[in-house]
Design a protein around this ligand. Structure first.
Ligand code: SAH
Ligand code: SF4
Ligand code: F3S
Length: 451
C-alpha cells in the first residue's frame, strides 16, 4: 500500500501531558507521510496513548484494545500500538500475545516518539516494534505539535517532562523518568505562534511546573518558573496563561507575586494536597505537613484574594484511619477549594508504598470515604458558585455549550465554566458576563457591556 494513504488514529488517556504528547505524536507521523484518522475504523494504525496512574486506567486500556481487535478482520495489516505510560511498565505483558489473548504490534514509551517512523516501518514488515527507553534530555522542544483536537482557542505547551519526587503511591517517576526542563526560547516561540494563529489561552504543562529550571549555557544565569511565566504573559495581554500542576513544596512568594502582577495570568491555582493529615502526608512522602500546606494557601489568599484554588485528594491510602480521613475533610472545608479531583487509592506495583505499606483500607471503606469527600466538595463548590451570582466576569469564549445548543460556553480567569446566551460571540472572543445562576459545576449568565 502507498504510504501516503496510511492513516493513524490516536486515542488518548490520562493527564494533560498525555494529550499534549499525542500532539507531538501527530506531528511526528504527519511529517512522515501519514495522515490523522478521525476514527479507528478508517485507520491503518491505531495508537492508544495510555495512563498507568490507577489500576482502573490500565484496565480501561486493555479492554479497549480487546474491543478494537475485531477491526483486524476487516483490515489485514492493521497495526496496534500502546504508547505512553503503560508502555514501559507493562512491556513484557503487552508482548505476550498468548497470555494477553491479542496481538500488540508496537510498544512505545513517552520519550521515544521521534523513533515512530522507524518503528512503524519495523512493524509493517511483521516484526514487533518496541522502544521504551526513558531519556534524561528529551523535551521535543523542536517539534511543533499538531493541534488536531483543539478548538483553536486554548492550547497546551509542555514545558518540562518527568518527575523525581517519588511520592510513595505514584507510578509517574517510573513511567516518565527524570525531570527535565525545556529550552525557554522554544516555549516562547511556540506561545507566540499560537497567539498569532488566533489562540487566546495557553496552559504551561509539567508534572511539577513550578520546579521548572533552565540554566543558560553561556550566561550561566538560571531561569525559574516565575521568570518563564512572566515572559509568556508578556507576549500579549490578550493571551491568557494557565499552568498545571504545581507542587505545594515549590509554590514560592515570587510565583504568587508574578501572578499578581499580570492580569492575564489566570487566577486559578491547582495545588494537589492528597491528604489533610500530616501523618498520611509523611507516609505519602509528600515533603510538606498539613500546616505547611495551609500556610502556602494563606499566602495565596492574602496576595491573590480573587484566586480560585483546586486540588487532588486520595481517599483510603495505606493505614488511613477515620481520624486521618476526618482531617482531610476538615482541611477541604478550611481551604474551601473551588474544585477537586478525588480518587480512591490504587496500589501500583513497584512503587514505594507497594513495597513499604499494606494496602489495608478495605475497598468498601475507601468507597465510602471517597463518597464523603465528593459530597463535601460538591457542597463547597456550590457555595463558591453561589457567591459568584450577581457578579460580572470576563469570559474567553470556547464554543457552543454541549448541553444547550443555543448557548455559548467559556471560562473565566478562575477557570470556572460559564454558560451564557450570546449567539453573536465566537470562539476566541472575550465577553463580559453577568452571573445569574449556577449549579455546583457551572455558572450561568448573560452578556453585558464591559463594566
Ligand atoms: N504531579 C502531580 C500529580 C500527577 S498524578 C502532583 O504531584 O500533584 C494526578 C493525581 O492522581 C495525583 O495528584 C493523585 O491525587 C492521583 N494519584 C496518583 N497516584 C495515585 C494512586 N496510586 N492511587 C490513586 N490516586 C493516585
Ligand atoms: Fe507523582 Fe508526586 Fe511526581 Fe506528582 S509529584 S507526579 S504525585 S511522584
Ligand atoms: Fe497517567 Fe502518565 Fe499522566 S500515568 S496521569 S498519563 S503522566
Amino acid at each position: 500500500m502507498d504510504k501516503k494513504n496510511k492513516k493513524v488514529y490516536i486515542e488518548t488517556y490520562g493527564c494533560q501531558m498525555n494529550f499534549s504528547d499525542s500532539e507531538i505524536v501527530a506531528s511526528v507521523v504527519t511529517s512522515n507521510n501519514f495522515t490523522i484518522a478521525g476514527s479507528p475504523q478508517e485507520a491503518d494504525v491505531i495508537f492508544l496513548n495510555t495512563c498507568s496512574i490507577r489500576e482502573h486506567a490500565e484496565k480501561r486500556v486493555i479492554n479497549r484494545l480487546r474491543e478494537l481487535q475485531h477491526l483486524r478482520a476487516k483490515k489485514p495489516g492493521l497495526l496496534m500500538g500502546v504508547l505512553g505510560c503503560m508502555a514501559g511498565r507493562l512491556k513484557e505483558a503487552l508482548l505476550e500475545d498468548e497470555k494477553l489473548g491479542m496481538r500488540i504490534d508496537m510498544v512505545v514509551g513517552p520519550d521515544a516518539y521521534r523513533q515512530l517512523p522507524r518503528l512503524l516501518k519495523d512493524a509493517e514488515t511483521g516484526g514487533k516494534a518496541i522502544d521504551v527507553i526513558l531519556s534524561a534530555e528529551e523535551t521535543y522542544a523542536d517539534i511543533g505539535p499538531v493541534r488536531y483536537g483543539a478548538g483553536g482557542v486554548s492550547a497546551f505547551i509542555s514545558i518540562m517532562r518527568g518527575c523525581e519526587n517519588f511520592c510513595a503511591y505514584c507510578v509517574v517517576p517510573f513511567t516518565r523518568g527524570k525531570e527535565r526542563s525545556r529550552n525557554p526560547d522554544s516555549v516562547l516561540s511556540e506561545a507566540r505562534q499560537l497567539f498569532d494563529e488566533g489562540y487566546r489561552e495557553v496552559t504551561l504543562l509539567g508534572q511539577n511546573v513550578n520546579s521548572y529550571r533552565w540554566q543558560d549555557e553561556h550566561a550561566g544565569s538560571i531561569l525559574d518558573f516565575s521568570d518563564l511565566l512572566e515572559m509568556v504573559a508578556g507576549i500579549n495581554s490578550r493571551l491568557r496563561v494557565r499552568f498545571a500542576t504545581s507542587h505545594p513544596k515549590d509554590i514560592s512568594d515570587k510565583l504568587i507575586h508574578t501572578i499578581a502582577k499580570h492580569p492575564n495570568i489566570c487566577r486559578s491555582i491547582h495545588l494537589p494536597v492528597q491528604s489533610g493529615s500530616t501523618e498520611v502526608l509523611k507516609r505519602m512522602k509528600r515533603k510538606y505537613t498539613r500546616a505547611q500546606y495551609l500556610s502556602r494557601i494563606q499566602a495565596v489568599k492574602k496576595l491573590l484574594p480573587d484566586c480560585a484554588l483546586s486540588t487532588d485528594v486520595i481517599a483510603g491510602y495505606c493505614g488511613e484511619t477515620e481520624d486521618e480521613h476526618r482531617e482531610t475533610r476538615s482541611l477541604m472545608k478550611e481551604v474551601a477549594f473551588d474544585f477537586a479531583y478525588m480518587f480512591k487509592y490504587s496500589e501500583r506495583p513497584g512503587t514505594i508504598a507497594a513495597k513499604l505499606f499494606d494496602d489495608d483500607v478495605p475497598d468498601d471503606v475507601k468507597t465510602r470515604r471517597l463518597k464523603e469527600i465528593i459530597d463535601l466538595q460538591q457542597e463547597i463548590s456550590l457555595l463558591s458558585n453561589r457567591r459568584d451570582e450577581g457578579s460580572t466576569c470576563e469570559v474567553l469564549v470556547e464554543g457552543r455549550s454541549k448541553r444547550s445548543e443555543d448557548k455559548m460556553m467559556g471560562r473565566n480567569s478562575r477557570n470556572k465554566v460559564v454558560v451564557f446566551q450570546g449567539k453573536d460571540s465566537k470562539p476566541g472572543d472575550y465577553v463580559w458576563v453577568k452571573i445569574t445562576g449556577c449549579t455546583s459545576a457551572t455558572l450561568m449568565g448573560t452578556i453585558v457591556d464591559q463594566p
